[in-house]
Design a protein around this ligand. Structure first.
Ligand code: ADP
Ligand code: MG
Length: 244
C-alpha cells in the first residue's frame, strides 16, 4: 500500500509575495493540521493559486516562512518539499501512456523498476484506472485524465496534497463524483490536503475547515458551518451569501 501515514501539518507564517508593484499575498498566516482537508475559497484573482504555488515551491520565493511538519521549506526546491500538486490543466504528457505518466516521477527519482511497477499498479488501482494503463491521455475523458494527474501525484508519496481547482474543467455530474472520489482517496491515505476552489458548495461539502481569501488577505478561517453562521465581516457574509 502507498504509505502516506506520516501525514504532516503545514504552517504558513507571515507569507507575502508581490509581482512588481502588486502585493498579491499580504502577510498570510495559517496553520493546517496533519490529515486535515482544508479549502481555500475566494474570488478569482484573490491569490489562491499564488499561495498554493508558494507552498509547492513554484514561482518566486515569498517573504515569511512555510513549514511542512517541522521543516522550513521556504527556500527548498519543489522536489525536496514532500508536497504534491495537481494543476487545473492536469499537465499530462500526451505522448506517454497512462502507466508511463504515472511512473515518470519515480523514474526521475531513480526508484528501482520492480518498485516502480508495484507502486504504479497501486496508484492506478486507487484511482480506478488499472484497465486503461496502456492508453494515451487523449484517448480518455476529462475525469479520467484528472484521475491520472492524481495518481501521478500520490505515487511519489507526498506528505501534503495541493489541488488547484481540480474539478473546474469537468461537467457538473462528474464534478460531484470526482469530489467524492478525492475525499475517499484523501481519507484512505490520511493525506493533509489543500483544495482550492472558487465554488463555495465544493468547499462546504469537502472541507474540515476553510479559509476565505480576498485581495491576498485571509478574511476568516473555520469550519464551513462557523463561517456561514458567523461571518466575521461584510465581505465573508456577502461572498458566502451571494452564490447561494
Ligand atoms: P486566484 O488563483 O485566486 O484566481 P492568483 O493567485 O492566480 O489568483 O492571482 C492573484 C493575483 O496575482 C492576480 O491579480 C494575478 O493577476 C496576479 N498574478 C498571478 N501570477 C502572476 C505572475 N506570474 N505575474 C504577475 N501577476 C501575477
Ligand atoms: Mg487560481
Amino acid at each position: 500500500m502507498l504509505n502516506n501515514s506520516e501525514s504532516k501539518g503545514i504552517k504558513i507564517q507571515n507569507v507575502g509575495l508581490s509581482f512588481g508593484e502588486t502585493e498579491v499575498l499580504k502577510r498570510v498566516s495559517l496553520e493546517i493540521e496533519p490529515s486535515e482537508f482544508f479549502a481555500f475559497l475566494g474570488p478569482s484573482g484573490s491569490g489562491k493559486s499564488t499561495l498554493l504555488r508558494a507552498i509547492a515551491g513554484f514561482g518566486p520565493t515569498p517573504t515569511g516562512r512555510i513549514l511542512v511538519g517541522d521543516q522550513d521549506v521556504t527556500r527548498l526546491p519543489p522536489w525536496q518539499r514532500n508536497v504534491g500538486m495537481v494543476f487545473q490543466s492536469y499537465a499530462l504528457w500526451p505522448h506517454m501512456s497512462v502507466r508511463k505518466n504515472v511512473a515518470f516521477g519515480l523514474e526521475e527519482r531513480k526508484v528501482p523498476q520492480q518498485e516502480i511497477n508495484r507502486r504504479v499498479g497501486e496508484a492506478l488501482e486507487l484511482v480506478g484506472l488499472s484497465a486503461l494503463a496502456e492508453r494515451k491521455p487523449n484517448e480518455l475523458s476529462g475525469g479520467q485524465q484528472q484521475r491520472i494527474a492524481l495518481a501521478r501525484t500520490v505515487v511519489v508519496e507526498p506528505r501534503v496534497l495541493l489541488l488547484d481547482e481540480p474539478l473546474s474543467n469537468l461537467d457538473a455530474n462528474l464534478r460531484v463524483q470526482m469530489r467524492r472520489d478525492i475525499l475517499n482517496l484523501q481519507r484512505e491515505l490520511g493525506l493533509t490536503t489543500i483544495f482550492v476552489t472558487h465554488d463555495q458548495e465544493e468547499a462546504n461539502t469537502t472541507s474540515d475547515r476553510m479559509a476565505v481569501l480576498s485581495d491576498g488577505v485571509i478574511q476568516q478561517v473555520g469550519a464551513p458551518r462557523e463561517l456561514y453562521d458567523h461571518p466575521c465581516n461584510r465581505f465573508v457574509a456577502g461572498f458566502l451569501g451571494s452564490a447561494n
